[in-house]
Design a protein around this ligand. Sequence first.
Ligand code: NAD
Length: 412
Amino acid sequence: MGALENTLRYFKAASKVMDLGDRIERFLTTPRREVSVEVTVEMDDGRLETFVGFRVQHNAARGPMKGGLRYHHQVDLDEVRSLASLMTWKTAVVDLPFGGAKGGIACRADALSEREAERMTRKFVDGIHDVIGPHKDIPAPDVGTGAQTMAWVMDQYSKYHGFSPAVVTGKPVDLHGSLGREAATGRGVLFATEETLKAYGKGKTVADCTFAVQGFGNVGSWAARLIHEKGGTVLAVTDVKGGIRNPKGLSVPDVVAWVHRTGTVVGYPEAGPCTNDELLATKCDVLVPAALDGVLHKGNAKDVRAKFIVEGANGPTSWEADEILQKKGVVVVPDIYANAGGVTVSYFEWVQNLQVDSWTEEAVNERLHRKMVQAFGKMRSIADTRKVPLRTAAFVLAIGRVASATSKLGIS
Ligand code: NAD
């Protein structure tokens, strides 16, 4: 099942509970605009290479569209459509005045030199600058992109439209970025875990729990670091090259320093090796998939031995896996809530840019905490009253908000 069909299944499970009706359902499942551009780049050795870039704008009923920009060889239209719709539901779950969008370029990001990545990014912005903007659609970092990429997007866009830092979020802090943005998705994962344990953890806190984290990029490494700071025991982490585990717990700051030196968790001396399959089957309290989508599927869901799954990544759990996990009694905290910390602080960055202001990191983190606590409360209350899993509850909350805005604006 493709990523888009998977997301649609989750949408439909919620729309059925809500009795949404065909008319609005059709509108909410159809993207508003899809742009596909050829990005021809001169490589460092003089060759011309052509990449394909996408921007899918899913829904703008609640505000300008918002969503990341992914550089990865598996990027295709199906995946970007799925991720764009997840952004609509995510911004609504945490009640941000945004709609949803997503973009990506199919490329081997780690094989590009910095100059090649810059030329590719600027060319892509040349192709989409008239459909993005501070009040239209605001990109942000995702897999394979980061603060530097966002700086190039801002600069290239500003060449067409004048100085516009609010066109993109996740920028470097000294170039109109926000304090706290880099860690925000991982911090949101921590807050989501804390709320989940308060609700379902039978008195356990993060400090009493063991964790396994798949992916050690922006989301996974920050989630692991902050969990470790709170006293949680991180047993295993993996990245694209492999993984490591230590039954006594990893010293996460040391692993981060190792990754800075070597580019991978593999080979970290104070741990044994761990494959991605082994990581997903680790006996632990909380599993945090924070790499790519579809990693938990019908073939491996039965092997999961965690009590909780907190979805740092977008779309890590297939529909079939979700059903298996539900039957096993695993509490799955859905991506559209669990990783919403990133877009929430992106919203704060956008507000600061529009107000030409900058907030302290404490203010950013405190507001993020408030948003994550509020959204969890709403999601849980729907789960309890309608007797549905947290994922369905999150979709019910989000679809309700977007449907209400849509019907007040009018569909046609
Ligand atoms: P990133 O590029 O910084 O890191 C990705 C990590 O996943 C890397 O450690 C990489 O080695 C690892 N990885 C890649 N393929 C893998 C594989 N097959 N098996 C195991 N590990 C693999 O990306 P990121 O920004 O941390 O994003 C990770 C996930 O979180 C994505 O699903 C993304 O959409 C989602 N997300 C990111 C943000 C954000 O603010 N960056 C916000 C919300 C959601």
